[in-house]
Design a protein around this ligand. Structure first.
Ligand SMILES: Cc1cc2nc3c(=O)[nH]c(=O)nc-3n(C[C@H](O)[C@H](O)[C@H](O)COP(=O)(O)O)c2cc1C
Length: 424
């Protein structure tokens, strides 16, 4: 007889894994284990760039603290023999409700990370969001992830948005399923770790940087082979000879200022498929996004990289869900490290969640196999979590009762500014 702890012969248990996958699962059973290994393999400045946040890293920490504070109430005695994790987003079906968040300069974290993660997303059939400032052209990433490809756009206001419009047309031609407009970078912010490390693109090897790189031989070798990471999407628009420095200068000068609602409305008219607004924290902004015709809202504090005083994204999710539920698809990112975190997001109103650092640390820890392993961890944990909680599908997962001590509720509509001043 099988003991209750023996994994089933089929399904998610390690008994069903290939020996290589089982070995990875034994050595790296969580994202935290991958981060520890990634840290050892990356130069210090690259690790700091990925792991770090803005200011004092308070907003960054908040995402994890808030996530951990959410309790989920299990329901027992239900039939969960057949667990279905399929999710439909904007008319397309995905294997599970977690995707890969856009990460610019991912190639600094690990050379070739964009390609590694695009391939992993396609293999796992989960959404892959390519960044404007990816280190591979969007067409190449779309070809690697044809069934799951989304594209993220930053503000590029110059010459009446000429470059933005050209990139949107390219994303459409490449088959991007959704366009994700990031609104939470109205200004560049100081990330103290990057300042201290003298991080610049292209990076200039001072003594400290050289020592850092010398301690990370695999990273150094892969970077030598591939060349320094560049902002490949901008290549067609460069007047001067294209080099890493020229592309970085282009990005610095062209990608600037707030993406206004007026500009978003124009992009809405240009883009025929699903439009997602990323970086929303205030329910009024969610309302505005819906009014403009957005299909999705990605509730996010940019992984704690823009505003140190920002609330955790998950703390704003219930208020936003209350305001726009049924009128837009809600998505969440920030501190999603496990299948349970995904289920926390679903229980509080998200249709799906995204993870950034978890996937990039996977790539840095394990190279080519890293994205696949992180996806496998999520798949196993979501399934096991659903069984434990008594949810056989995502509709039932959305019904899980969540105790959420940090939820921020705002009066609707929020108090007019003048009233706030006069009360002071
Ligand atoms: C290294 C790195 C680069 C990022 N670059 C972008 C980007 O180019 N565009 C964007 O919208 N968000 C960017 N983000 C934010 C992520 O899309 C996402 O909101 C955040 O990482 C989620 O938090 P998590 O890392 O805790 O999962 C970046 C995050 C990281 C860690």
């Amino acid at each position: 007889m099988r003991s209750p702890d023996t994994p089933p012969a089929k399904g998610w248990g390690s008994g069903a894994l290939s020996s290589a996958a089982a070995d990875l699962r034994r050595r790296f059973p969580t994202v935290a284990h991958l981060e520890t290994r990634a840290r050892r393999r990356m130069p210090r400045f690259a690790y700091d760039f990925v792991a770090g946040g803005v200011g004092e890293d308070i907003g960054l920490a908040q995402n994890r603290v808030a996530m951990g504070a959410i309790r989920l109430l299990p329901r027992y005695g239900r039939d969960v023999a057949q667990v279905n994790t399929e999710v439909t987003l904007f008319g397309r079906s995905y294997a599970m409700p977690v995707g890969i968040a856009p990460m610019g300069l991912a190639g600094l974290g690990w050379p070739g990370a964009d390609e590694i993660l695009a391939r992993a997303a396609q293999a796992a059939r989960i959404p892959y969001v390519s960044s404007t400032v990816a280190n591979a052209p969007l067409e190449r990433l779309a070809a690697l992830a044809p069934d799951v490809f989304w594209f993220q756009l930053y503000n590029l206001p110059g010459a009446d948005f000429a470059v933005a419009r050209a990139i949107i047309a390219r994303a459409e031609a490449a088959g991007a399923h959704a366009l994700v407009l990031t609104v939470d970078v109205p200004a560049r912010q100081k990330r103290p770790r990057d300042v201290r490390n003298g991080l610049s693109v292209p990076f200039r090897p001072g003594l400290r940087t050289a020592l850092d790189v010398a301690r990370a031989p695999l990273w150094a070798w892969a970077t030598l082979r591939r060349g320094q990471p560049r902002f490949e999407n901008f290549l067609p628009y460069l007047e001067e000879p294209p080099g890493t420095a020229a592309l970085a200068t282009f990005a610095y000068h062209r990608m600037a200022g707030p993406l206004t609602w007026e500009a978003i409305a124009r992009f809405r008219d240009l883009w025929p498929r699903a439009l997602v607004i990323k970086g929303i924290l205030h329910p009024d902004d969610a309302e505005r996004a819906v009014a403009i015709g957005a299909d999705g809202i990605l509730v996010s504090n940019h992984g704690g990289r823009q505003l140190d005083a920002a609330p955790a994204a998950i703390d704003m999710l219930p208020a936003i869900a209350e305001r726009v539920a049924g009128r837009a698809t809600l998505l969440l990112d920030g501190g999603v490290h496990s299948g349970l975190d995904v289920l926390r997001g679903l229980a509080l109103g998200a249709a799906a969640t995204f993870a950034g650092r978890a996937f990039l640390f996977g790539a840095a820890a394990l190279g080519e196999r890293g994205g696949d392993h992180v996806a496998a961890l999520f798949a196993e944990e979501i399934r096991a979590g659903m069984m434990q909680l008594g949810a056989a599908n995502l509709a039932e997962a959305a019904e899980i009762a969540a105790l959420h001590p940090g939820a921020v509720a705002l009066p609707a509509p929020s108090r007019p500014r003048a009233a706030a001043w006069s009360a002071a």
